[in-house]
Design a binder for this molecule. Structure first.
Ligand code: NAD
Ligand code: G6P
Ligand code: MN
Length: 446
């Protein structure tokens, strides 16, 4: 029972074969003093992919935390029985399908991106079923457990769970605002984002900061804006995530996104909606981010794991915790220990953004404790953001309705409505290609 504070927690990592699993697993070990763990189980539906990651983690755990029970499985009952948290990061269709999500729209001169535009819609149509299946396993075998979901596209997954599993204990979260807050903290000379208090509103990968203060209530926005105006977030790049040239370009482009509304500070992802022509001009339709990730992160992680397995030791392997993923421990801790930490979550609006759809899944600061979250009201938002968000939330809702009803018409409407798409004709061409590419994953559309 998670209603009481326990001494130790049992965790399932769903998507055990993810490139992020080793980093998160090691990170959990770094935080055992505040979040003690009795058991870690990996679950995946791809036994071979998971095995490489899991065997390497098993060796690492034996060498560094032998007291923790460890296992990996493709059997849902084994994976989800007797657990307190599911940390869920699955990618239905793997990078091979991400590559198609990115390349099909680009064929028609439209943004090709993992979570934005037609690519994000296609990915959403694959993810909904996968995440719901895992949520159902969790509720069947461990009804008191919480799912912390960061499987993408988080906006569409969150809307699907709001519609189809409204009472489930699932919290959807994204690391982009966390990374950007860390950058802003460094821009003003603070050590950590935790020394700031923020106001933020939006949808996932579609939001704005409207307030950033230090602990004494001093306004930090002017200092941050002065830097933003010159080089976006590009002067604050550090750590080992989001460091490749394509990400550096994205951080720099925020300068232009910022110029459209200098009252707020934008999330990086808005560039895909506000500068789609620029994005397409700077994309290579033969080599997209999926290719970059397959050739770098995926290859590196799998060869590192294989070498740990071959040597039967992780000593000197360079296996590293993903410091970036600390927010996942913070979130688990907030629930387990009732810390009441303030975190950005993707939750039903219910009036937190006063002049916006109450049923929309919005990204806003919340206070997190053992009973879940409480929203922090963000007030009314300006017309510019409201207009953009109304369009985008309709894309997300129509996608979920298309999945539920198996409706071709609604998915065509969703793609047509995306700000990245120039016309209903182009939307239909893209949709027909996506249907063909996704026939093993999407419900049949009529
Ligand atoms: P990956 O392809 O390396 O790993 C995903 C794993 O999920 C694979 O091993 C795959 O076999 C497994 N999987 C797919 N469908 C499944 C199902 N139905 N049941 C069980 N397992 C299944 O992907 P990755 O790049 O490591 O990313 C993992 C996920 O995390 C993606 O959804 C990615 O978009 C997301 N992510 C989100 C954030 C965020 O801000 N919310 C940040 C980083 C990554
Ligand atoms: C950010 C976003 C994630 C997204 C990731 C893509 O962290 O918040 O939602 O999945 O970037 O990174 P990648 O390295 O896979 O392109
Ligand atoms: Mn994200």
């Amino acid at each position: 029972m998670l209603n009481q504070i326990k001494n130790q927690y049992a965790i399932t990592i769903a998507g055990g074969g993810s490139t992020f699993t080793p980093g998160i697993c090691l990170l959990l070990l770094e935080h055992l003093d505040r979040f003690p763990i009795s058991k870690i189980i990996f679950y995946d539906n791809n036994a071979a992919r998971q095995e490489t990651i899991a065997k390497a983690c098993e060796i690492y755990l034996k060498e560094n935390a032998p007291q923790i029970e460890f296992g990996y499985t493709t059997n849902p009952e084994t994976a989800f029985t007797g657990i307190d948290f599911v940390m869920c990061h699955i990618r239905v269709g793997l990078y091979a399908m991400r590559e198609k999500d990115e390349k099909i729209p680009l064929k028609y001169g439209v943004v090709g991106q993992e979570t934005c535009g037609p690519g994000g819609i296609a990915y959403g149509m694959r993810s909904i079923g996968g995440v719901l299946e895992i949520l159902d396993y969790m509720e069947k075998y461990s009804p008191d457990a919480w799912m912390l979901n960061y499987s993408n596209p988080a906006a569409i997954v969150a809307e699907a769970t709001r519609r189809l599993r409204p009472d489930s204990k699932i919290l959807n979260i994204c690391d982009m605002p966390i990374d950007l807050e860390e950058k802003m903290a460094h821009m003003v000379g603070l050590k950590s984002r935790k020394e700031m208090s923020v106001g933020y509103y939006g949808l996932n990968h579609f939001g704005w900061w409207h307030k950033i203060e230090d602990k004494d209530g001093n306004d930090l926005m002017p200092q941050i804006k002065a830097k933003m105006k010159v080089n976006g977030f590009a002067d604050a790049i550090s750590g080992n995530q989001h460091v490749e040239q394509s990400w550096i370009d994205t951080f720099a482009k925020v300068k232009d996104v910022y110029a459209i509304d200098p009252d707020t500070i934008p999330n990086t992802y808005l560039k895909y909606y506000l500068f789609p022509d620029y994005v397409v001009e700077h994309s290579n339709p033969e080599y997209t981010r999926a290719n970059e990730v397959m050739n770098h992160r995926e290859k590196n992680i799998f060869s590192l794991c294989q070498s740990i397995i071959d040597k039967n030791t992780s000593v000197g392997s360079g296996f590293e915790p993903d410091a970036h993923a600390e927010y996942i421990v913070d979130l688990a801790c907030a629930i387990a220990k009732n810390t009441k930490e303030k975190m950005l979550l993707i939750v039903p609006n219910e009036g937190a953004i006063e002049n916006f759809d109450r049923t929309a899944m919005v990204e806003i600061p919340c206070i997190v404790g053992k009973n879940g979250y409480e929203r922090i009201v963000q007030g009314a938002i300006p017309q510019f953001q409201k207009g953009l968000m109304e369009q985008q939330v309709s894309v997300e809702k129509l996608t979920v309705e298309a999945w539920i009803e198996g409706s071709y018409q609604k998915l065509w409407q969703a793609i047509t409505l995306s700000k990245t798409v120039p016309s209903a004709r182009i939307a239909k061409l893209i949709l027909d290609d996506l249907i063909e590419a996704n026939k093993d994953f999407w419900p049949e559309l009529k």
